[in-house]
Design a protein around this ligand. Sequence first.
Ligand code: MSP
Length: 507
Amino acid sequence: MNRFYLTTPIFYVNSTPHIGHAYTTIAADILVRHHGQRGEDTFFLTGTDEHASKVYRVAEERGLDAKVFVDQIVEENWRPLPGRVGAEPDFFIRTTDEGHKRVVQEFIERIRANGHIYEGTYSGLYCVGHETFISEDELVDGKCPDHGTVPEYIEEQNWFFRLSDFQQPLLDLYDERPDFVLPGFRYNEARSLIEAGLEDFSISRQGQPWGVSIPWDPEQVTWVWVDALINYLSALTYARPGEDLRDRYWPEVRHLIGKDILRLHCVLWPALLLAAGYSLPKQIFVHGFLLLDNRKISKTIGNVIDPLDLVDSYGVDPVRFWAARAVPFGQDGSVSLDSVHERYEKELANDLGNLLSRTTAMLVKYRDGHIPDSESLIEAATIDELRTNVANRLDVFDITGALDAIWDLVRQLNKLVTDTKPWELAKDDANAAQLDRVLYTLADGLRASAVALAAYLPETSPRILEALGQPVDLAWENVAVGKTVPTGGIEAAQPLFPRLEAPATAA
Ligand code: MSP
């Protein structure tokens, strides 16, 4: 059986979630649900990155003990996030979990035992926004261009990782696996970073009370990025008590990340894994940023759309639909509240919602609530092709392209109504067989669309199937022609997406 283990980045908890975080979570959930529909053994991990200095600082500012602060913000704001966007992770990791800390320590002990760690002095600039060291030439007017803040100068005795030793092994990896990083332009970007040369770096920080202590030097804590990356592995050791899921899901792992953390995932993480003697992930997919007024949505910048406000106004599925559709997944794209509303009205309410309302209304009016025992006017090959096409696209994380392909079917069904004019057919009994075929095609096409859309619209798809009196069986092979059971008792469906006022929230 195929295994599909997918991760999101774990989120910093210095403040509350915004739509940029929900974006990754929604995309990941769509992919995992889809692979589940294909009968694969899936595992979906998300969680929180809690040992950052910026997290510690916010706790200090509020006069709170760091652990008290993170417990509060994680339980109130972060743990509920996946559920609020209809996502169902299999485990929510917190880097303050004892199970995680234990694995971090084991991991860095292994790297040390393998001879990849030495003691040295670090001096240079550190950007707390990124939680990484930053070089002079990356600064603009003396400030970090992403955060607009002046980095701190740090000079301390640290433990260093011999990243420079891994340049050739990483180049070999990239040569052997041209799909290690997707999309292709991100693969090239990562490869160029490696070609440009790799410098050793410090994996520890001194004088910080907050973090996972270095096992052989308790005066120091593990640099937060090393601590964080290891979550993808550590979670598997304690997500299911008494079971080590590493045997089952490692290295069948795919990481979904934003482009700002490419170097850490595509260069540093594989090097750390090689150093510790672990196999490497299957794939890393790098997505772009959602931009608002062409600036990244960010807590530091303050131009934040609260995903939960959007969900409160539109519901879970419209927000998921918009996230998958508004911006081609992988690229950057500008978003506005108006675009959520427009897609809701034009595509969800009109294209899909009206199609179900019209279809069920016609079944009631012309066939007394029965789906006739007939055959589809859509050729089997057309839907077979759709089924393969959508799966192929989702295999390369193209959630936008796959949704486009499904939407073509929804449009085709609407066109069928316009072209065949069932209300005209109904006027003459001589057309009864043709009307049967049209009605069956609509019901069957909607059923197949609902199964295909289930990963995107987990609340709506079952409602469509139920309105058509069909079993809620989301197995991927049901994206096919002629699987609709002729049945009675169909009633005119309630609107799937009722009319709403234009956006007022979070403007
Ligand atoms: N804690 C690190 C990740 C550690 S993973 C081992 C981190 N956290 S974060 O909370 O700052 O960001 C998490 C993810 O959210 C990143 O992938 C980032 O790219 C993504 N996004 C944050 N803002 C975003 C947008 N405006 N648009 C899309 N995604 C963005 O980095």
